[in-house]
Design a protein around this ligand. Structure first.
Ligand code: HEC
Length: 479
């Protein structure tokens, strides 16, 4: 990783140097050149080449280019110039525009986004349509109702998952307490990233309520978003909880958890921070509670749950600082993009008010993997499970030709890493006993099965205080 960063820095220096050289060799421009105007030069280009996709209620990529301010915003702060000049992914997508048109837009940027009629620039049709007024959020006071959530949420939830249109028949979240008033679960996806949601008691602007911390790392972007409980419906059949964005409210994003007997329906709705209109369903997880003893054990140890405030946001959350990708702040989301994956540093740079180093009772486990001829060039899945998934000889424990279902349902974490990766770290890990099995997914079906090469399940104890590491050799049993 370090090597990569150095290269990127070098890359920038070299480009900067070559730019300088070029500029010095250029002939001076004639002084009589006319300033490029939005109305006469730029607007027609955008009208002809862009607005068919980038206007209306649901503009492509969430980017509107209908007005002076919108075009200026995307040119000045967004990726408009990069994309119109990108040969492999140009805008418009059907082919890069002529050099003259692109030069016009670049010249316009150099000319300070000249608009030959400033009244027109500020009149209604040409203003940035989007001014976001955050709603007033009315949290549920959990001294009165809703505290039962913390008991209901405990457990290893196993079921099916639909996330952003991708369906998984088997999925699990391992929810356990991490303090007397905080419960945490994570999907550790592996190289692609992870997704966690934890629930804790906070003083939110004077009300003792439940808040959620949701996010993770996806495609190299660190994000944590905060939600506030604003709706509770309790009957003897069904317990329903809704949590909404702690800044933008339900028009930006929200999640709902419905408990019916030992079943959980956990849905979330997002709007790309309001850029895609009203929130649409993003995740649907239908699950049954299993292995409650795992969570109960920790609950006992931590004296969970207690109806006390864990964190004080009596003045609300700090206002996030977002980069230029977003026109305006709409959400209690703390975002930072970089090439490294130091979660503490990313949390700091994102301004995350409750970063990983402050979360109580979580730990990490570094797994070193010895690749061999059998594992080479194959994706690997690392399983942390309640019980061994293999026999002492390393063979998968089968039932009707598949991994024994009751054992598989005891899988607590299941990251997949890219071929030839030799190291992976579980962060946000519950301190616990686990069995660890590494599987080379030879048949590419996405889970441990006949045809795959396995390591023998090994026992590992992850201490609450220490950062553990383990080395897996001998991933070589054929199944
Ligand atoms: C045929 C539809 C279409 C046309 C025409 C079109 N775009 Fe796009 N544009 C898209 C889509 C879809 C995306 C989102 C996917 C992507 O980034 O490739 C997008 C994304 C963008 C982005 C965001 C890029 C990023 O990396 O975040 C910019 C900026 C943009 N377009 C500018 C323009 C400009 C300027 C024009 C005209 C010169 C234009 N587009 C014409 C469909 C279009």
């Amino acid at each position: 990783m370090q090597h990569k960063i150095v290269c990127i820095f070098f890359g920038i220096t070299i480009i900067a140097l070559s730019c300088k050289v070029k500029k010095n060799n250029q002939k001076k421009e004639p002084k009589t050149r006319k300033t490029t105007s939005y109305i006469t030069s730029i607007k027609p280009i955008i009208q002809t080449n862009c607005v068919s996709c980038h206007s209306g209620k649901n503009p492509a990529g969430g980017i509107a280019l209908g007005t002076y301010k919108e075009v200026r915003f995307q040119t000045e702060k967004g990726k408009l110039l990069t994309r119109i000049n990108n040969n492999t992914h140009p805008m418009p997508p059907n082919g890069i525009m002529t050099k003259e048109l692109r030069m016009d837009i670049m010249q316009w940027a150099k000319d300070s986004f000249w608009h030959n009629d400033y009244n027109a620039a500020s009149n209604q049709s040409d203003t940035l349509a989007w001014i976001f007024n955050p709603p007033t959020i009315s949290p549920i006071d959990i001294s009165k109702e809703g505290f039962e959530f913390f008991n209901l949420m405990q457990g290893h939830w196993v079921g099916d998952m639909n996330i952003m249109g991708t369906k998984y028949d088997w999925f699990s979240f391992d929810y356990r307490p991490i303090s007397p008033m905080h419960i945490h679960g994570i999907y550790e996806g592996g190289t692609i990233g992870n997704l966690f949601t934890s629930f804790f008691i906070a003083n939110f602007k004077g009300t003792k309520t439940i808040m959620a911390r949701n996010g993770g790392i996806l495609n190299g972007i660190y994000r944590t978003s905060y939600f506030v409980l604003d709706k509770v419906e309790l009957t003897n059949k069904r317990n329903y909880f809704r949590l909404i964005d702690a800044y933008g409210g339900k028009d930006i994003m929200w999640m709902e958890l419905e408990f019916i007997e030992d079943k959980l329906h956990f849905n979330s709705y997002t709007s790309r921070f309001g850029m895609n209109g009203k929130p649409k369903q993003h995740m649907r997880f239908n699950a049954s509670k299993k292995h409650i003893e795992i969570s109960n054990k920790v609950a006992k140890q931590l004296n969970y749950p207690q109806n006390k405030t864990e964190i004080n946001f009596s003045n609300g959350l700090p206002t996030p600082v977002w980069d230029k990708t977003y026109p305006t702040i709409t959400s209690a989301s703390y975002i930072y993009k970089d090439t490294f994956n130091d979660l503490v540093l990313l949390g700091k740079l994102a301004g995350d008010p409750y970063p990983i180093n402050k979360l109580p009772f979580l730990t990490s486990l570094k797994v070193n993997i010895e690749q061999n001829d059998k594992t080479k060039n194959n994706p690997l899945i690392i399983y942390l499970s309640k019980a061994p998934l293999t026999l002492a000889n390393g063979k998968i424990i089968l039932e009707n030709g598949y991994i024994k279902q009751s054992l598989f349902d005891g899988v607590l974490s299941f990251p997949e890493i890219t071929p030839n990766q030799t190291q992976f770290t579980f962060y946000y890990l519950h301190p616990s006993y686990y069995y660890l099995t590494v599987v080379a997914d030879i048949n590419r079906d996405g889970f441990i099965s006949k045809g795959d090469v396995t390591s023998k399940s090994q026992f590992v104890y992850v201490n609450p205080k220490m950062q553990e590491s383990i080395t897996v050799k001998n991933i070589n049993t054929d199944n």
